[in-house]
Write a new protein. Structure first.
Length: 260
């Protein structure tokens, strides 16, 4: 505030109440990025502003939903069951019991086929399975035609949807599985070579003791028993491991430490 000469009035001005300070980004590095808007850009000409992008300039402006990390697929194989990642999503949904009806139907069908296979030869079991499937489709088709005829509806093949749907095996899927099988076979051959050729003497001795103990069990395990066990393990172990992964990993690590 200053008083003019020859006057008793005091005049206040906005310029007198503020001190103009020219600051640069180097003066306050911690605030330089915060105060700079990120959603606008200047054009080549001075004063020209480009249209703002859809990216928000501050974290507070971002909706809470976008800040939350998208969860991974439920039931995705992890831990010691990472080998199941080679299966497609439909197969994973079946063995993880995402749809109880579908999984139970497939399990019953596989069990019935294994029982038939244990009583007959493989070819005869396949023929019986095809005859059973044909009987189911024929019965459903006859009942559907009778129902439509009774209600004076046009006769349509109930399986027309599946007839019109193109069926082909994707080449990418075949190549992917072929590469995975080749990789696993190469890894298995390498491990067996190291064990049989004594790359590590202690590991080879443990392998010899293991196959010696297994030789007492193999006479009681036939091909059918192995198939039954594989089916039971495939439909039970992944789900149990998904529910109790932490304690199972703990005890497996303890057992591995003791063996080593």
């Amino acid at each position: 505030m200053y008083a003019e000469e020859g006057s008793g009035d005091i005049h206040n001005s906005e310029e007198d109440n503020f001190v103009h300070v020219t600051a640069t980004e180097d003066s306050f590095p911690e605030y330089s990025k915060m105060d700079k808007p990120e959603d606008t850009e200047f054009g080549e000409e001075e004063g020209e502003r480009a249209p703002s992008s859809s990216v928000p300039s501050r974290v507070e402006d971002v909706p809470t939903e976008t800040l939350v990390k998208t969860p991974t697929r439920e039931g995705h194989p992890d831990g010691y069951l990472r080998c199941l990642r080679a299966l497609n999503n439909d197969a994973l949904d079946v063995i993880y019991w995402k749809d109880i009806k579908v999984s139970a139907t497939i399990l019953v069908g596989i069990t019935c086929f294994l029982i038939t296979l244990s009583l007959n030869s493989f070819i005869h079991s396949v023929v019986l399975a095809l005859m059973s499937l044909f009987g189911v489709t024929l019965t459903y088709c006859a009942l559907k035609i009778a129902w439509d005829s009774f209600h004076n509806e046009p006769l349509v093949n109930p399986f027309q949807y599946y007839l019109d749907k193109p069926f082909e095996v994707p080449e990418e899927l075949v190549n992917e599985y072929s590469k995975w099988i080749a990789k696993e076979l190469s890894c298995t051959c390498r491990v067996l070579t190291n064990l049989l050729c004594f790359a590590d003497v202690w590991q080879s001795i443990k392998f010899l003791i293991g196959i010696y103990l297994i030789s007492y069990i193999t006479p009681y395990i036939t091909v059918m028993v192995a198939l039954y066990m594989t089916t039971f393990i495939l439909f039970s172990v992944p789900k149990v491991y998904e529910l109790y992964q932490a304690p199972i990993d703990k005890y497996i690590n303890l057992a591995s430490a003791v063996i080593k």
